[in-house]
Design a protein around this ligand. Structure first.
Ligand SMILES: N[C@@H](CCC(=O)N[C@@H](CS)C(=O)NCC(=O)O)C(=O)O
Length: 206
Protein backbone atom coordinates (compact mmCIF):
# COMPACT_ATOMS: atom_id res chain seq x y z
CA UNK A 1 0.00 0.00 0.00
CA UNK A 2 1.40 3.39 -0.92
CA UNK A 3 0.72 7.07 -0.50
CA UNK A 4 -2.35 8.86 0.82
CA UNK A 5 -3.99 11.66 -1.13
CA UNK A 6 -6.79 13.72 0.35
CA UNK A 7 -9.09 15.60 -2.01
CA UNK A 8 -10.65 18.40 -0.06
CA UNK A 9 -11.60 22.03 0.21
CA UNK A 10 -10.50 24.16 3.17
CA UNK A 11 -14.11 25.13 3.87
CA UNK A 12 -15.60 21.68 4.05
CA UNK A 13 -16.06 18.54 6.10
CA UNK A 14 -12.70 17.53 4.67
CA UNK A 15 -11.18 19.41 7.60
CA UNK A 16 -12.05 16.50 9.85
CA UNK A 17 -10.11 14.11 7.62
CA UNK A 18 -7.10 16.39 7.89
CA UNK A 19 -7.54 16.22 11.64
CA UNK A 20 -7.73 12.43 11.46
CA UNK A 21 -4.54 12.23 9.40
CA UNK A 22 -2.80 14.55 11.85
CA UNK A 23 -3.88 12.33 14.77
CA UNK A 24 -2.35 9.36 12.97
CA UNK A 25 0.80 11.28 12.07
CA UNK A 26 0.96 9.70 8.64
CA UNK A 27 2.26 11.59 5.65
CA UNK A 28 -0.24 12.60 2.99
CA UNK A 29 -0.72 14.89 0.07
CA UNK A 30 -3.62 17.33 -0.20
CA UNK A 31 -5.33 18.18 -3.47
CA UNK A 32 -7.61 21.19 -3.12
CA UNK A 33 -10.79 21.01 -5.17
CA UNK A 34 -12.66 24.26 -5.76
CA UNK A 35 -16.42 24.42 -5.30
CA UNK A 36 -18.39 24.70 -8.51
CA UNK A 37 -17.07 23.68 -11.89
CA UNK A 38 -14.00 21.83 -10.68
CA UNK A 39 -15.86 19.79 -8.06
CA UNK A 40 -18.74 19.01 -10.40
CA UNK A 41 -16.57 18.46 -13.46
CA UNK A 42 -15.90 15.14 -15.17
CA UNK A 43 -12.31 14.99 -13.91
CA UNK A 44 -13.17 15.05 -10.22
CA UNK A 45 -16.33 12.95 -10.62
CA UNK A 46 -14.04 10.05 -11.50
CA UNK A 47 -12.85 10.32 -7.89
CA UNK A 48 -16.23 11.05 -6.32
CA UNK A 49 -19.28 10.66 -8.57
CA UNK A 50 -21.19 12.81 -6.07
CA UNK A 51 -19.00 15.77 -6.99
CA UNK A 52 -18.34 16.33 -3.30
CA UNK A 53 -15.36 16.48 -0.97
CA UNK A 54 -13.66 14.89 0.82
CA UNK A 55 -12.35 11.80 -0.92
CA UNK A 56 -9.27 9.82 -0.05
CA UNK A 57 -6.97 7.63 -2.09
CA UNK A 58 -4.78 5.18 -0.24
CA UNK A 59 -2.60 3.53 -2.82
CA UNK A 60 -5.17 2.34 -5.35
CA UNK A 61 -8.03 2.28 -2.83
CA UNK A 62 -10.63 5.01 -3.04
CA UNK A 63 -12.82 6.00 -0.10
CA UNK A 64 -15.48 8.66 0.13
CA UNK A 65 -17.83 9.72 2.95
CA UNK A 66 -16.22 11.28 6.02
CA UNK A 67 -17.31 8.63 8.51
CA UNK A 68 -16.11 5.83 6.22
CA UNK A 69 -12.80 7.60 5.64
CA UNK A 70 -12.24 8.21 9.37
CA UNK A 71 -13.25 4.65 10.31
CA UNK A 72 -11.04 3.20 7.58
CA UNK A 73 -8.03 5.20 8.70
CA UNK A 74 -8.57 4.36 12.37
CA UNK A 75 -8.58 0.63 11.57
CA UNK A 76 -5.83 0.78 9.00
CA UNK A 77 -3.40 2.71 11.24
CA UNK A 78 -4.15 1.20 14.66
CA UNK A 79 -1.09 2.44 16.55
CA UNK A 80 -2.71 5.50 18.20
CA UNK A 81 -5.81 3.38 18.94
CA UNK A 82 -8.44 5.68 17.50
CA UNK A 83 -10.71 2.64 17.14
CA UNK A 84 -11.18 -0.07 19.76
CA UNK A 85 -10.13 -3.43 18.27
CA UNK A 86 -12.97 -5.71 17.11
CA UNK A 87 -12.75 -7.90 20.22
CA UNK A 88 -12.70 -4.94 22.63
CA UNK A 89 -16.09 -4.44 24.41
CA UNK A 90 -15.77 -0.69 23.80
CA UNK A 91 -16.21 -1.41 20.10
CA UNK A 92 -19.99 -1.54 20.69
CA UNK A 93 -20.20 2.05 21.97
CA UNK A 94 -17.72 3.15 19.32
CA UNK A 95 -19.82 1.82 16.45
CA UNK A 96 -23.10 2.80 18.01
CA UNK A 97 -22.23 6.47 18.46
CA UNK A 98 -20.16 6.77 15.29
CA UNK A 99 -23.15 5.61 13.22
CA UNK A 100 -25.54 7.70 15.32
CA UNK A 101 -23.46 10.83 14.66
CA UNK A 102 -23.13 10.18 10.94
CA UNK A 103 -26.74 9.10 10.43
CA UNK A 104 -29.52 10.43 12.66
CA UNK A 105 -27.55 13.35 14.09
CA UNK A 106 -26.36 14.64 10.74
CA UNK A 107 -29.89 14.36 9.33
CA UNK A 108 -31.38 16.14 12.34
CA UNK A 109 -28.87 18.98 12.03
CA UNK A 110 -29.49 19.35 8.29
CA UNK A 111 -33.26 19.27 8.72
CA UNK A 112 -33.14 21.94 11.43
CA UNK A 113 -30.76 24.13 9.44
CA UNK A 114 -32.98 24.00 6.34
CA UNK A 115 -36.23 24.35 8.25
CA UNK A 116 -37.57 20.93 7.25
CA UNK A 117 -40.26 20.24 9.79
CA UNK A 118 -41.16 16.62 10.31
CA UNK A 119 -44.86 16.29 11.12
CA UNK A 120 -45.20 14.26 14.33
CA UNK A 121 -47.28 11.63 12.50
CA UNK A 122 -44.40 11.02 10.02
CA UNK A 123 -41.61 10.85 12.64
CA UNK A 124 -41.70 7.06 12.69
CA UNK A 125 -40.39 6.90 9.11
CA UNK A 126 -37.62 9.46 9.70
CA UNK A 127 -34.27 8.06 10.84
CA UNK A 128 -33.75 10.73 13.50
CA UNK A 129 -37.37 10.67 14.68
CA UNK A 130 -37.39 14.15 16.15
CA UNK A 131 -34.73 16.77 16.78
CA UNK A 132 -35.42 16.70 20.52
CA UNK A 133 -35.13 12.91 20.79
CA UNK A 134 -31.85 13.12 18.89
CA UNK A 135 -30.50 15.76 21.30
CA UNK A 136 -31.67 13.82 24.37
CA UNK A 137 -29.94 10.72 23.06
CA UNK A 138 -26.75 12.61 22.31
CA UNK A 139 -26.72 13.96 25.86
CA UNK A 140 -27.03 10.37 27.08
CA UNK A 141 -24.14 9.29 24.84
CA UNK A 142 -21.87 11.73 26.62
CA UNK A 143 -22.77 10.71 30.15
CA UNK A 144 -19.98 8.17 30.52
CA UNK A 145 -17.36 10.69 29.30
CA UNK A 146 -15.09 12.36 28.83
CA UNK A 147 -15.33 10.55 25.47
CA UNK A 148 -17.89 8.27 23.85
CA UNK A 149 -15.87 5.20 24.85
CA UNK A 150 -15.02 6.52 28.31
CA UNK A 151 -11.41 7.59 28.85
CA UNK A 152 -10.35 6.88 25.32
CA UNK A 153 -10.64 9.44 22.49
CA UNK A 154 -11.61 7.69 19.23
CA UNK A 155 -12.41 8.49 15.62
CA UNK A 156 -16.08 8.56 16.68
CA UNK A 157 -15.30 11.53 18.94
CA UNK A 158 -13.42 13.23 16.15
CA UNK A 159 -16.41 12.82 13.84
CA UNK A 160 -19.03 13.76 16.43
CA UNK A 161 -17.19 16.82 17.74
CA UNK A 162 -16.65 18.05 14.18
CA UNK A 163 -20.36 17.83 13.41
CA UNK A 164 -21.46 19.15 16.77
CA UNK A 165 -18.92 22.00 16.86
CA UNK A 166 -20.11 23.22 13.48
CA UNK A 167 -23.78 22.88 14.38
CA UNK A 168 -23.33 24.73 17.67
CA UNK A 169 -21.34 27.50 16.01
CA UNK A 170 -24.17 27.85 13.47
CA UNK A 171 -26.72 28.07 16.30
CA UNK A 172 -28.48 24.88 15.11
CA UNK A 173 -27.76 22.82 18.22
CA UNK A 174 -28.41 24.58 21.52
CA UNK A 175 -26.09 24.03 24.47
CA UNK A 176 -26.85 21.00 26.62
CA UNK A 177 -24.85 19.96 29.68
CA UNK A 178 -21.42 18.92 28.50
CA UNK A 179 -21.78 19.70 24.79
CA UNK A 180 -19.56 22.81 24.70
CA UNK A 181 -16.95 21.29 27.03
CA UNK A 182 -16.84 18.12 24.93
CA UNK A 183 -16.29 20.05 21.71
CA UNK A 184 -13.72 22.36 23.33
CA UNK A 185 -11.74 19.40 24.69
CA UNK A 186 -11.72 17.70 21.28
CA UNK A 187 -10.79 20.87 19.39
CA UNK A 188 -7.90 21.58 21.76
CA UNK A 189 -6.08 18.40 20.73
CA UNK A 190 -2.78 19.28 19.04
CA UNK A 191 -3.78 17.38 15.89
CA UNK A 192 -7.02 19.34 15.61
CA UNK A 193 -5.16 22.61 16.00
CA UNK A 194 -2.61 21.63 13.34
CA UNK A 195 -5.35 20.60 10.90
CA UNK A 196 -7.32 23.80 11.46
CA UNK A 197 -4.25 25.98 10.99
CA UNK A 198 -3.35 24.15 7.79
CA UNK A 199 -6.86 24.58 6.36
CA UNK A 200 -7.05 28.23 7.42
CA UNK A 201 -3.76 28.88 5.64
CA UNK A 202 -5.33 27.61 2.41
CA UNK A 203 -8.68 29.38 2.49
CA UNK A 204 -7.87 30.98 -0.86
CA UNK A 205 -8.31 27.48 -2.41
CA UNK A 206 -11.97 27.32 -1.28
N1 LIG B 1 -21.85 12.62 3.09
C1 LIG B 1 -20.65 13.31 2.65
C2 LIG B 1 -20.97 14.79 2.55
C3 LIG B 1 -19.95 15.53 1.73
C4 LIG B 1 -20.40 16.94 1.46
O1 LIG B 1 -21.59 17.28 1.43
N2 LIG B 1 -19.41 17.80 1.23
C5 LIG B 1 -19.72 19.17 0.88
C6 LIG B 1 -18.71 20.08 1.59
S1 LIG B 1 -18.84 20.00 3.37
C7 LIG B 1 -19.51 19.38 -0.60
O2 LIG B 1 -18.59 18.82 -1.17
N3 LIG B 1 -20.33 20.21 -1.22
C8 LIG B 1 -20.15 20.58 -2.58
C9 LIG B 1 -21.33 20.36 -3.46
O3 LIG B 1 -22.19 19.54 -3.15
O4 LIG B 1 -21.36 21.00 -4.51
C10 LIG B 1 -19.48 13.04 3.61
O5 LIG B 1 -19.74 12.77 4.79
O6 LIG B 1 -18.33 13.08 3.19
Amino acid sequence: MHGITLYSNPQSRGRMVHWMLEELQVSYETVWIRYGEEMKGEGYRVINPMGKVPALMHGDLLITECPAICAYLADRFPRPRLAPPVDDPRRAAYLRWFFFASGPLEQAITARKLGWDVPAERARMVGFGSFDDTMDTLELAMLGGPWLCGDHFTAADLYLSSQLGWAMAEGIVPERPGFADYVAAAFSRPAAIRANEFNDQHLSAA
